[in-house]
Design a binder for this molecule. Structure first.
Ligand code: UFG
Length: 325
């Protein structure tokens, strides 16, 4: 297939683009490099450097139609979205509408969208199924849900086949591509970077949650497993319509369990201080993943915590300053 990957210079986007190249698809990337890294773009892949809001740029990219679009390009920092919500609405929703406009007028027949567990907000029960209430608790989640709805409406009207993949906690590294955000807010990179540099601080945000060890529980999923789900979704997306699927392992791990595993994997002592809770963190987020298993034939293969941490550790150890180092 001829596939456009937006955000293909980012963390999950670049690992997915590399897998699609491995599978002999013809891949092009659209990325404005505002948070992505040119070094992450797979060899031989055309990078259209520019924004989704740039109409002339999009016209040039879509001059020759694609069979499919995989849409990652979006801002994704929850805290920043609370401080500057319009930046998120403008970029995430505005950019998606521009892209869908091109797709709806013959730009592609298949569309796979990078969504998030943040569309569920604070769930009533775990594991969380796709039919759980959609009630985001921050602007980032609101914009992702709005994009899902725009996509569902466009699919209904145009016969597009659209799949929204709702990731739980992406982690790990693959093929020389890893997590390099600035600022970095995520647990595993912050924890591992604090082991590599004295200048990087790390603390546990709250140990008084209603969980067995008092720290928050999350469902960590390897970035290569996420990439495989995108490849399967592209092949599966033939029938018109919109489908949402969770991507997680179905198993939760507490922050303390991740710290213990990091100590095991790195051979280093990890004993971080505990700070107050970070506002807005739900105690427990774990995916029900039967829909992706059943419809796509997907299953996580590298997401056991030790493999995931070992891959992340290898990447951070060899890239102590991220892509620039
Ligand atoms: N945590 C720490 N210390 C840190 C960083 C994180 O203790 O330095 C804790 C958090 O408080 C949380 C857990 O580690 O309990 C995981 O935090 P992350 O920031 O790694 O991930 P989140 O679960 O907050 O975020 C993920 C996705 C978001 C998505 C959100 C949905 O990364 O994109 O789930 O709730 F919006």
């Amino acid at each position: 297939m001829r596939i456009l990957v937006t955000g293909g210079a980012g963390y999950i986007g670049s690992v997915t683009a590399a897998l699609l190249v491995e599978q002999d698809h013809e891949v092009e990337i659209l990325d404005d490099l505002s948070t992505g890294h040119g070094e992450a773009v797979p060899d031989g892949v055309i990078l259209h450097e520019g924004a989704l809001q740039d109409d002339d740029h999009l016209d040039r990219v879509f001059a020759q139609p694609f069979d499919a679009v995989v849409h990652f390009a979006a801002f994704s920092l929850v805290g920043e979205s609370v401080r500057d919500p319009l930046k998120y609405w403008r970029n995430n929703v505005g950019g998606t509408l521009n892209l869908l406009q091109r797709v709806a007028t013959g730009g592609a027949r298949r569309f796979v969208f990078s969504s998030t567990a943040a569309v569920y907000g604070e769930p009533d029960a775990v594991p969380i199924g796709e039919d759980a209430q959609l009630a985001p608790v921050n602007p980032y989640g609101h914009t992702k849900l709005a994009m899902e709805r725009a996509l569902a409406d466009a699919a209904e009207a145009t016969g597009l086949s659209a799949v929204a993949l709702r990731y739980f906690n992406a982690a790990g590294a693959w093929g020389g591509r890893g997590e390099d955000h600035d600022p970095e807010t995520h647990l595993i990179p912050r924890l591992l970077r604090s082991l590599l540099s004295e200048g990087e601080t790390f603390a546990v945000f709250g140990d008084d949650y209603p969980t067995p060890d008092g720290t928050c529980i999350r469902d960590y999923i390897h970035v290569r497993d996420l990439a495989e789900a995108h490849a399967l979704a592209l092949a599966w997306a033939e029938q018109p319509g919109f489908h949402a699927m969770n991507l997680g392992t179905g198993d939760g791990h507490s922050v303390q369990e991740i710290i213990t595993a990091a100590s095991r994997v790195t051979g280093l002592t990890v004993a971080p201080p505990v700070q107050p809770r970070r506002p807005g963190d739900p105690a427990r987020l774990v995916a029900a993943n039967d829909r992706a298993r059943r419809l796509l034939g997907w299953s996580p293969r590298r997401s056991d915590v030790d493999s995931l941490l070992a891959d992340a550790w290898e990447w951070h150890r060899t890239h102590p300053a991220g892509y620039s180092g």
